[in-house]
Write a protein that binds this ligand. Structure first.
Ligand SMILES: Nc1nc2c(c(=O)[nH]1)N[C@H]1C(S)=C(S)[C@@H](COP(=O)(O)O)O[C@H]1N2
Ligand SMILES: [Mo]
Length: 554
């Protein structure tokens, strides 16, 4: 019988280094994972954005992450924490996939089990998400199934069984004979003794190429199809009518940032506004589908559509500063904006809150919940359901189409984005997302001040301006003082007040000499309370402490 061995495509393997095979096995593992992810994205595009394994597993990881790790992530990566999570997840997936590939060399059943586990984790995460249902498990399950087929398909040529250890080239050739893909898969699944194998390089190249193609096409198509969930067009088509009660005119010179480079502007651009939420992707809610139900301990259950809210005659526009409880001393998780919406008080009065219902429990499409004292919703001036931000519909990142805002309370107890449900209940009856994780039930924003400029390094000696912002919602800022090199506290110039719920810029001229300097700032509110000097971390109800900056003047 003639030999049909092509030494290039079918090399007896054990004679050469095991590395080419191991390298290929690792590549097979990665390609199988990519096939699984690609197929899952395609199916998620048909089912809904909340079924993508990347999204559901990421969300589960975020929910389950212990607070110290979360704090570390926020303080290290800041607003890039989501990018860090995605990169971290991808690294983990690659490591896992390489392990699956290498272990499959020993026994393909390990690889099959590994990918099945991968799918099971995705399916479980999808099902247990606050808004998950059984259909959401399909992308993970089907993705894993196709990933397994891909893995076995690539291992068929990678580990072509030749029967026995003392290889006889004829039987090698026979093993290469048809029997079809299925036969190959079956043999493969059974796994063979490592000794009795050889490698079909061309076959592996083809199988790997097919797997890469399937991953690219399904992943690409899935990503494209998922764009149909995107709400930017619907958002752009919305017209915000002039509010019945527009924001009061700004006092002259209210924005010091025009004269002081490096100072935070009075109004933060929507694109620059800090974003904090539990989601990897931005929830997309079609404005036509949106509605909010107010129910629970109320006399009249009410439901509002976006048109209902936007068409009301009690729409207000107000300048309000928002802050995250995770903001550290000197941190950037704060922003000022001009919000448009309907006073919460009016809506709650129409619903008729029953006595004793001390908590307004709001739920968003991401399953996130916030508990706000009913008292604050009813009494705080300008507490609102907002649909406009700086003259535009709310950006998707900031809660489109509707979010809640209660001036004076940290975001996690007041600022529900993508809000869809409002239940009047009690604090005794229900804990919300962050209070379940031990953050305080009530959390008023602490008096704070921050130095924005000069920068720590790269500034030349001469006449400079020390400047920054201070906020004391809802009491208003009365005074800001600056201390240079531990000298006397000197009063800074305050920008004219916009309103007590908006932060206030301040500045102080400084003749800076070359060398290292220490700059500190502290504020006093309009009740006469001095900002707390004592440094505490954000957990469990917000950071405190005076902001001190070391600067090197050249
Ligand atoms: N649906 C939803 N709303 C949410 C959150 C969230 O994770 N999901 N995070 C809250 C927190 S902790 C803060 S500080 C504010 C931040 O709002 P912003 O991203 O518009 O600045 O949103 C709040 N509302
Ligand atoms: Mo927050």
């Amino acid at each position: 019988m003639t030999r049909v061995i092509d030494t290039e495509t079918l090399a007896p393997d054990e004679a050469v280094s095991p590395w080419p095979r191991r390298a290929r096995a690792a590549i097979a593992g990665i390609l199988a994972a990519l096939v699984a992810l690609g197929v899952a994205e395609l199916i998620a595009a048909l089912i809904g954005p909340n079924s993508s394994p990347v999204v559901v597993v990421g969300g589960t990881v975020i929910d389950a992450t212990p607070r110290p790790v979360k704090d570390f992530a926020i303080s290290t990566f800041g607003e890039n924490d989501k990018i860090a999570l995605i990169v971290g997840t991808l690294v983990l997936i690659v490591v896992f996939a390489v392990a699956i590939g290498l272990l499959s060399l020993r026994d393909r059943r390990i690889g099959v089990a590994g990918i099945a586990l991968f799918g099971a984790v995705g399916a479980l995460a999808a099902y247990t998400r606050p808004i998950g249902d059984i259909l959401d498990t399909l992308p993970s399950i089907l993705g894993a199934a196709v990933g397994i087929v891909a893995l076995l398909g690539m291992f068929a040529p990678l580990q072509r069984p030749v029967g026995t250890a003392d290889v006889d080239q004829d039987s090698t050739a026979k093993a290469q004979q048809p029997g079809g893909l299925l036969d190959g898969l079956r043999q493969n699944l059974a796994g063979r003794d490592r000794k009795g194998v050889s490698m079909d390089r061309r076959g592996f190249f083809i199988a790997g190429g097919i797997a890469a193609g399937v991953a690219a096409v399904t992943g690409g198509a899935g990503t494209l199809l998922q764009r149909r969930f995107d709400v930017s067009d619907a958002r752009a088509a919305l017209d915000i009518l002039p509010p019945s009660d527009p924001a009061p005119a700004l006092p002259a010179g209210a924005n010091l940032a025009e004269d002081v480079p490096g100072l935070t502007p009075l109004f933060t651009d929507n694109a620059d506004f800090y974003r904090v939420d539990i989601n990897i992707t931005v929830p997309q809610i079609s404005p036509a589908d949106w509605s909010l139900r107010i129910h629970g301990r109320v006399q009249n259950e009410l439901t509002f559509t976006l048109a209902d809210l936007m068409g009301r005659d009690d729409v207000i526009e107000r300048d309000i500063t928002m802050t995250c409880v995770s903001n550290t001393v000197g941190g950037s998780l704060a922003g000022g904006a001009r919000w448009i919406g309907v006073p919460l008080r009016n809506l709650l009065e129409e619903a008729g809150v029953e006595d004793g219902a001390d908590q307004v429990l709001t739920t968003a499409v991401d399953g996130f919940t916030i508990g706000t004292p009913t008292e604050d919703c009813l009494r705080t001036e300008n507490a609102m359901l907002a649909f406009g931000m700086n003259g535009e519909p709310l950006p998707p990142e900031h809660g489109f189409p509707v979010r809640m805002l209660v001036p004076g309370l940290y975001g996690y107890v007041s600022a529900t984005k993508w809000i869809v449900d409002m239940e009047l209940t009690t604090f005794d009856a229900v804990d919300s997302y962050w209070t379940q994780r031990d953050w305080d039930e009530t959390a008023p924003i602490k008096l704070a001040s921050r130095i924005d400029t000069p920068a720590s390094v790269g500034v030349a000696a001469g006449d400079l301006m020390i400047a920054g912002v201070a906020w004391a919602q809802t009491r208003g800022i009365a005074k800001v003082e600056v201390q240079i090199d531990r000298g006397d506290w000197q009063e800074a110039e305050l920008a004219p007040e916009t309103n007590v719920q908006m932060w206030r810029q301040w500045r102080m001229p400084w003749q800076a000499e070359a060398g290292q300097h220490s700059l500190s700032v502290r504020a006093t509110d309009q009740d006469g309370e001095l900002q707390t000097e004592e440094r505490v971390e954000p957990f469990p109800n917000g950071a405190s402490g005076w902001h001190t900056l070391q600067v090197f003047i050249q």
